[in-house]
Design a protein around this ligand. Structure first.
Ligand SMILES: [Mg+2]
Length: 272
């Protein structure tokens, strides 16, 4: 039972991560509609920002915040960050700038930058469940535990050998709590456990119902497995999806690295 469940989780992960194709499909600029017509939705880690050995080490390169602020202006506010990080965490990274956002994999949403009172928060993950999952970090030095409130992430970039043991332990806890409304998100050297009631896609769908996003064509850029739920709903909204680092299923094009995404965004402001 134990290893079967772990095998399934790893298989699912492999299917997604093995779907890489070496061919390069650069993002055709002509594809992007006028800034008056689009909503710009951007994942953060591995998309806007370069991945670092630990999530706390990411940094905002010079010029990026200005680009995001100017794009926010030019789209009449229709720019949002779409991340697994909490709103709080996002604000710390981009301080002093504050952006509209779908955070915590859809558990939180900020539709207005004027008042924190309008921020939407889902209830956090059950404490006892968190405590049990947190104990997995003790399996090996180098496993970093990140409590995002709405989810819990086990980072193992510094302990890649622990991958199987981590997934096995998570599977055991899940088998113990078959009715717990949780799901496991395999990512790049991270195993994240979150409430199953929301996803980045459910957050984006909700966001797109509200001003200033409604009626616009979403343009979403993301790099990881959790972004695939958003790639999948873009056609429903006449939107465009671009992946980073690999060509994901169903995207309109892809970027090689976050630096290419940043250059693309800057070019949207000044197409010449
Ligand atoms: Mg990412």
């Amino acid at each position: 039972m134990k290893s079967e469940l772990a095998e399934m989780a790893l298989d699912q992960k492999r299917t997604i991560l093995d779907d890489e194709t070496p061919e390069t499909v650069p993002v055709p600029h002509a594809l992007v509609p006028h800034l008056d017509e689009i909503a710009i939705l951007l994942d953060i880690d591995g998309t806007l920002l370069d991945l670092m050995p630990t999530p706390r080490e990411v940094w905002v390169p010079p010029g990026l915040s200005e680009t995001l602020n100017r794009l926010t202006e030019r789209t009449s506010g229709a720019l949002a960050l779409v991340s697994g990080r909490s709103l709080n965490d996002i604000d710390l990274i981009f301080a002093p700038d504050v952006f509209r956002a779908v955070a915590g994999h859809g558990a939180e949403m900020r539709l207005s930058v004027d008042s924190e009172a309008d921020d939407v928060h889902a209830p956090p993950l059950d404490k006892e469940l968190k405590r049990r999952l947190a104990a997995i970090a003790k399996l090996s030095p180098g496993i970093l535990l990140e409590d995002k409130g709405y989810s819990l992430a086990l980072h193992y970039r510094l302990a890649p050998h622990a991958e199987r043991a981590i997934y096995e332990s998570v599977s055991l806890i899940r088998a113990d709590l078959p009715n717990a409304p949780i799901e496991v998100l395999p990512g790049k050297f991270v195993c994240e456990i979150k409430h199953s009631g929301f996803t980045k896609a459910s957050g984006v769908r909700e966001l797109m119902k509200h001003e200033p996003f409604s009626g616009r064509r979403p343009l979403f850029i993301g790099d990881d497995v959790t972004d695939e739920t958003v790639f999948a709903i873009m056609p429903d909204m006449d939107g465009l999806a671009f992946s980073v680092g690999r060509r994901a299923m169903g995207v309109n094009g892809h970027f090689d690295a976050p630096s290419d995404v940043r250059a693309f965004l800057a070019r949207l402001l000044d197409p010449r």
